[in-house]
Design a protein around this ligand. Sequence first.
Ligand code: TRP
Length: 334
Amino acid sequence: MAKSKPIILSAMRPTGELHLGHYFSVLKNWVKLQNSYRCFYMIADLHALTTFENTAQIKNNGVKMAALWLAAGLDPKKSTIFVQSEIPEHSELAIILGMISPLSLLELNPTYKEMKEEHPKSNTLGLLAYPVLQAADILLYKAERVPIGKDQEPHLELARELARRFNRRFSPKGGTNGEIFKEPAALFEKTPKIMSLQNPAKKMSKSADENSYISLLDSPEKIRHKIKRAVTDSSREIKSSAQKPALSNLIALYRLASDKSVKEIEKKFKGLGYKEFKEELAEEIIGFLTPLQKRYQKLMENPAKIREILENGSKTAQKIAHQTLQEAKKAIGI
Ligand code: TRP
């Protein structure tokens, strides 16, 4: 954890279960990044309030999600794993950044536009200000890199814009070192995109029908059932191609779960059909998830230990967040 490592911050909302898409597209990469960056990984529970109806579950979901992160390989000795709402500095900086966030910019945000259409009841100030809070998350730690998916790009763009506006307006004059906030850059890594088992045009998502995703905690029976029902393309051959997005997605899952190359997989199933392929795919996924599930269950035998990890992470994070917020307030003059 050398001081000189560049800082990374990323987060997930604790809205429920994690699925294979989260694992292969996000978590696996987070685990890898721990070795070359100073990483902050946050449970974005305040962000979850924008759409969360059952708030009684939020805390528990956060603990479960942290256990899944740990089971997937996040290491609290290497990374700071913490809870957003345990650090009031996030909310305070969000209020301050709100003062320099033009409404017209926030209203243009594509996620906001989509969400207010989909959930008219959630069209709140909190939803509109979602990316302002996200900017606070990032700027408090002076994160240089933010590993995110393409869908989060407009949010990061706003964080950059707010850092620039704040610096221009309030940073002490004279020299570049006087800048309070660092402009964060996205870290787009080449991680695989896992699509829905029911519709290969859509990303795997837990908000869709249960058969469209495989939860990291699904039982072997469930996994067999879901793979059996996964949509395929009209052809017999097991071959990955752009014309066959559903089959290609399943082949990608096979590759990731088994560590075999696409070529090896195609060769293995030459002359065989979907039935054999799907049966073996289910077993590969089960084989892949079983050790992760065992680690998860072991961790969940002692949830107090997970809460302790989160509390320690929040303490470490708060020291930095507090210092940055003080600098920002001083620069403003309050
Ligand atoms: N908005 C992100 C998501 O929905 C979660 C998030 C909150 C986040 N704060 C962040 C991501 C800061 C990166 C950095 O996935």
